[in-house]
Design a protein around this ligand. Structure first.
Ligand SMILES: NC(=O)c1ccc[n+]([C@@H]2O[C@H](COP(=O)([O-])OP(=O)(O)OC[C@H]3O[C@@H](n4cnc5c(N)ncnc54)[C@H](O)[C@@H]3O)[C@@H](O)[C@H]2O)c1
Ligand SMILES: [Zn+2]
Ligand SMILES: [Zn+2]
Length: 408
């Protein structure tokens, strides 16, 4: 079968690989009908996350049809249409029982302290082969899949695999309550869903910050107030929009590949530029700072802690920050002193997909929210590598790429 395989930093390929088989009685095999490329996948190819194991199939977002189940899987049968959660969880340990499934004690084969187990991730997550493939093995299938109602299409369901629950979780981490002024850093697909979720959770206003015009236009289409960090200083803009108080809640939907402003009043001075260069070298020691080839493909973000600094500066005293943008273990700089001085609450982590997602499936099934408007590209798996490259370059309009494994 065909699958997108990680071979090295800056080196991913569409390979022919063996079809997966049941390895454990808790497994299921799923024929993938829709997959997608996520900003998280870019961190692995750019080298800004923990080391990957060569040969790992990438991807952690998918919808499909169960073809086979292990002897211990109850509640699903071959032929069921399912949503696959990005994160894998057992359903029996104490964390799963609290709904904190991203910290499942049993799903990560490296042990209970090894962190979230998810598809297509670094060696430290298992690794578990990913979902940008024609078929996938789903460990702990009972808890890692959700049944899909007939009136939710594959196209609607694909963003329920990771993005919508993550955006929702980000708004929860930031403690959004009625009337809050919420700032979302990052207008990628995760930021878009964090903004939509903040409104649904009661935000009075949502301000979205990015430097990419087409992504800001998508946020404006959701009636967010938008700030281009290459045109305005985002902290000053947020202060002036909030009568000098700052935001009640901030959601970081960017993560470790954050960019520094390239022009405008927030463009960094020589001292800050040198500090960021230093940070990039620590965060991504094996990455190519200038990228690969003439297109400077797979270039790590050049301001890893930029969003952390802005978030702390732009939030009100006693404000709340939710971090869903991913930072790996090498990201060690955070403005902790400035945060302490403002009595901030900062929460973060990978989404607890299994417990967050069910009401969101209902919301989509009931027609209260249509996630498909934000999927901008539909590509056959045969074009997956070109699609990855265009998404990495942030080609205008490329907000979210859906992959169709069954089309060539
Ligand atoms: N916590 C979770 O469970 C979880 C799940 C999915 C994705 N994520 C993470 O969410 C983040 C976003 O994912 P995505 O798919 O939207 O990625 P993406 O790369 O498409 O979007 C990132 C956006 O951030 C913008 N950006 C860069 N520097 C910025 C800055 N200084 N200020 C404001 N915006 C800036 C970029 O222009 C881009 O629009 C990634 O880090 C991804 O790994 C986390
Ligand atoms: Zn994802
Ligand atoms: Zn568990």
């Amino acid at each position: 079968m065909r699958a997108v395989v990680w071979h090295g930093i800056g080196d991913i390929r569409l390979d022919d690989v063996p079809e997966p088989a049941i390895q454990d009685p808790e497994d299921a095999i799923v024929r993938i009908t829709r997959s997608a490329i996520c900003g998280t996948d870019l961190h692995f190819v750019r080298g800004t996350m923990a080391p990957m194991e060569e040969g790992t199939i990438l991807g952690h977002e998918a919808v499909g049809v169960v073809t086979e189940i292990g002897d211990a899987v109850r509640g699903f049968s071959p032929g069921d249409r399912v949503l696959i959660n990005s994160t894998v969880s057992c359903g029996a340990c104490r964390y799963c029982r609290m709904g904190k499934t991203a910290q499942c004690d049993r799903a990560n084969t490296n042990g209970p302290q090894a962190g979230t187990a998810f598809f297509g991730g670094p060696a430290s997550t298992g690794p578990i082969d990913g979902l940008q493939a024609e078929y996938a093995r789903v460990p702990w299938a009972r808890n890692t899949m959700h049944p899909l109602p007939d009136n939710v299409s594959d196209e609607q369901a694909i963003l329920l695999s990771d993005i919508f629950p993550t955006g929702w979780f980000g708004a929860e981490l930031a403690g959004v309550t009625r009337g809050d002024v919420v700032v979302v850093f990052g207008a990628g697909i995760v930021g878009q869903f964090a903004a939509a979720s903040a409104y649904k959770q009661g935000a009075g206003r949502v301000i979205v910050v990015d430097g990419d015009e087409t992504r800001l236009a998508a946020a404006l289409a959701q009636h967010c107030e938008v700030v281009d960090y290459n045109a305005e200083d985002p902290v000053e803009a947020i202060m002036s929009l909030t009568d000098g108080i700052g935001a009640d809640c901030v959601i970081d939907a960017v993560g470790v590949d954050a960019e520094r402003p390239k022009r405008g009043p927030a463009a960094v001075d020589a001292e800050q530029a040198a500090a960021f260069d230093d940070e990039v070298a620590t965060v991504a020691p094996d990455a190519s700072a200038d990228g690969f080839g003439d297109a400077h493909q797979w270039k790590p973000g050049d301001g890893p802690s930029q969003v952390s600094q802005w978030a702390v500066a732009a939030v009100a005293k006693y404000g709340r920050i939710g971090i869903i943008g991913v930072y790996g273990p090498t990201a060690e700089r955070y403005p902790i002193g400035a945060a302490m001085l403002k009595n901030l609450t900062i929460r973060m982590g990978n989404c607890d997909h299994h417990s967050v997602t069910p009401p969101l499936i209902d919301m989509v099934a009931a027609g209260q929210f249509d996630p498909t408007a934000l999927i901008t590209e539909h590509e056959p798996i045969g074009s997956a590598i070109d699609a990855y490259e265009a998404f990495d370059r942030r080609e205008p309009g490329w907000v979210k790429v859906e992959l169709e494994p069954s089309t060539r």
